[in-house]
Design a binder for this molecule. Structure first.
Ligand code: MCA
Ligand code: AMP
Length: 509
């Protein structure tokens, strides 16, 4: 069998000098390429010693650290399936993910071990390890007893590498199953399309300041650097001052639009700080034209905006090389090589250039379906095999795609997805609440934030601030609406459907 293990491809791209620095942290630690290879071998050996079946899920909710990256690489090597979970998730959310993914192994912080291990063992998980961001925890203790060399398990391209949870429009989150082939093909396309520079051309250095539990920070950024043998400057969290301090040493930066907005608010952002930069990339949420233009004025660099999804990895990108065309603000660029993208009208008819419709895609990055949800998977594909993105947009004569909205009821806040239906479910269950509607309104920092509009049951009195406090104890912090208002009734159309567009207009500032 020809080995399609993603780790093998990443490892093959490591530079010949394995002792050179692969990852430098903001606390001054340097991990060499050899460290990545050997430490991931030890963790892979440890995982394999647990006698788990190929494809066993390894669910991970830990703070960002290079050891967490090593755990990801080890999971790939051992042909198990990585399930990264946002550190903001609280117990009810974690109970759902663990119940749904049925992981054989859960890795969490020492701080959360008490409640999370109980929950995991109850759901049938066999092993719970801890991993802290200071290189302590039972995972590393155990792994330290295993050999530093490991034979990567060969897999076929369609073997699962990761399950990424992405919230559902109506019900609970769905786990998007991504294969080694999905991830490797996307990494290779982006390596070429974004012109990653090898050591002979001076070598790119990636400044990594995103979380590593979503596609952007984990796959687009990390795979990009590793498959090019490029060093990463690693920030444990996004701090604009720290990023400014590191920019002169970097050549590539990736961020959600909020990161660019926050950097622009720093007086220290100027052309000198970015003098060595080659490429600024934005994605995960719409980049306002204003941010795009201001960035160009302040730094002399044109941000490259691209578009993707957890279910598809990257789909479109503005050009990197000037000979491929200009980077157009407000657009997400052209379909990447290998991606077929079409715009359809309401009756399912293909639309002419410029007409607005539903975006559907096909390509090597498109996922293998939702974990244990065959009906939901079937619903999201057309009979001829296109995936329905739920995004609405148009494409121009030169092939540039512009996203104008979403048919899915989704708020994207600071690059995180918030599904109103989920929040409304929690609010509606609170005592005294008759019904609620959560809508997204523009926000200068997060791009969009949620507002909860709530009505009371007859005779009940509601405290809007109290509702938010109660929600905070139940849900990840980024999902909490930034405002809550109590109204006598929600606006409805003739069919009785809540008119969210009116609420969006009413509460937009
Ligand atoms: C934090 N808060 C948020 C968010 N983050 N509220 C709404 N949206 C958010 N994104 C809450 C905090 O809990 C806090 O609430 C209050 O807002 C202020 O937090 P702040 O200190 O400003 O937040 P932070 O810790 O600085 O984080 C902001 C951030 C972070 C750095 C922008 O949200 C972030 O790293 N976002 C990147 C997300 C990302 O990587 N997305 C990629 C998805 P309180 O004070 O009440 O506690 S992958 C994807 O979409 C695909 C497929 C793609 O195309 O890339
Ligand atoms: P996720 O569920 O995290 O995979 O989010 C995917 C969604 O993020 C897409 O369906 C889009 O709605 C949105 N998205 C990603 N990149 C962009 C972008 N550059 N511009 C606008 N929306 C984007």
């Amino acid at each position: 069998m020809k080995n399609a293990n993603l780790y093998s491809a990443l490892c093959a791209a490591f530079p010949s000098n394995l002792g050179s620095c692969a990852v430098e942290t903001d606390s001054g630690l340097c991990y060499s390429w050899q460290d990545l290879e050997e430490a991931s071998a030890m963790v892979a050996n440890m995982l394999e010693s647990l006698d788990l079946p190929i494809g066993a899920r390894i669910a991970v909710q830990v703070e960002k650290s290079v050891e967490a990256l090593i755990l990801y690489l080890a999971t790939l090597r051992a042909a198990m399936v990585y399930v990264p979970l946002n550190t903001a998730y609280q117990s009810a959310e974690m109970a759902y993910f663990i119940g749904n993914a049925t992981p054989a192994v859960v890795v969490c912080t020492g701080r959360n071990f008490g409640w999370l291990s109980k929950l995991a063992f109850k759901a049938g998980t066999g092993h719970v390890f801890t991993l802290n961001d200071d290189r302590t925890g039972s995972l590393l203790d155990r792994a330290s007893q295993f050999p530093r060399s490991h034979a990567v398990r060969p897999v076929l391209p369609d073997a699962l590498a990761a399950i990424i949870y992405t919230s559902g429009t109506t019900g609970r989150s769905k786990g998007a199953m991504l294969s080694h082939g999905n991830l490797l093909s996307n990494a290779l396309v982006l390596k070429d399309y974004w012109g990653w520079r090898g050591a002979e051309e001076g070598g790119d250095v990636l400044l990594h300041a995103l979380p590593i539990f979503h596609v952007h920070g984990l796959f687009v950024a990390i795979h990009g650097a590793l498959i090019n043998g490029s060093k990463m400057l690693w920030c444990a969290r996004f701090d604009p001052q720290v990023v400014l301090g590191q920019l002169p040493r970097a050549t590539v930066f990736m961020g959600v639009p909020t990161l660019y907005v926050r950097l622009l608010a720093e007086p220290g952002l100027n052309q000198s700080v970015v003098r060595n930069m080659r490429l600024f990339i934005s994605g995960s949420a719409p980049l306002l034209l204003e941010t795009f233009t201001q960035w160009e004025k302040r730094t002399g660099h044109t941000i490259l905006e691209r578009y993707g999804m957890s279910e598809t990895v990257m789909l479109t990108s503005n050009p990197c090389r000037s000979e491929d065309g200009p980077r157009l603000g407000g657009t997400v660029g052209q379909p990447l090589p290998g991606v077929q993208l079409r715009i359809l009208g309401e009756a399912g008819q293909a639309l002419p250039v410029g007409a607005i419709g539903a975006i559907q895609v096909k390509g090597p990055g498109v996922f293998c379906g939702y974990w244990q949800m065959p009906e939901k998977t079937a619903e999201e594909f057309t009979p001829d095999g296109y995936f329905k993105t739920g995004d609405v947009g148009h494409i121009d004569a030169a092939g540039y795609v512009t996203i104008v909205g979403r048919s899915k009821d989704l708020i994207i806040s600071g690059g995180y997805n918030v599904y109103p239906a989920e929040i409304e479910g929690y609010i509606n269950a609170l005592p005294g609440v008759a019904e609620s509607a959560v809508v997204g309104v523009p926000d200068a920092d997060f791009g969009e934030v949620g507002i909860a509009v709530v009505t009371a049951k007859s005779g009940a009195t509601l405290d809007p601030a109290g509702i938010l406090v109660t929600l905070k104890a139940m849900l990840a912090n980024f999902k909490i609406p930034k405002r809550c208002v109590v109204v006598p009734e929600l606006p409805r159309n003739a069919m009785g459907k809540v008119q969210k567009n009116l609420l969006r207009q009413q509460y937009q500032n």
